[in-house]
Write a protein of this length. Structure first.
Length: 88
């Protein structure tokens, strides 16, 4: 019985080493091929448009628009009215 466990452990270890070596060689091969292809076919450079400064200043200062405050207040009061009536 002990001989079978030793053989199973050896087989498992050999399989793990083989898979690790195969995947390592695959990664090296893919990186080598991609490095050669990236010289021949470079990625396109996309220019991004600068964002409006109004949005940045609001986000930095932490201001919330009055319309959003009104909408949230309305939703909260509506929720409270509905749930206070259902409990009674």
């Amino acid at each position: 019985m002990q001989q079978q466990f030793i053989e199973a452990g050896t087989l498992m270890l050999a399989g793990m080493v083989f898979v690790f070596a195969f995947l390592s060689l695959l990664i090296i091969f893919i990186n080598t091929v991609l490095a050669k292809l990236s010289v021949k076919f470079p990625d396109a450079v996309v220019e991004s448009k600068p964002r409006a400064s109004k949005k940045k200043s609001k986000a930095v200062s932490g201001e919330v628009s009055p319309a959003v405050v009104a909408a949230i207040s309305s939703a909260v009061s509506s929720y409270q009215r509905k749930h206070s009536q259902s409990k009674s």
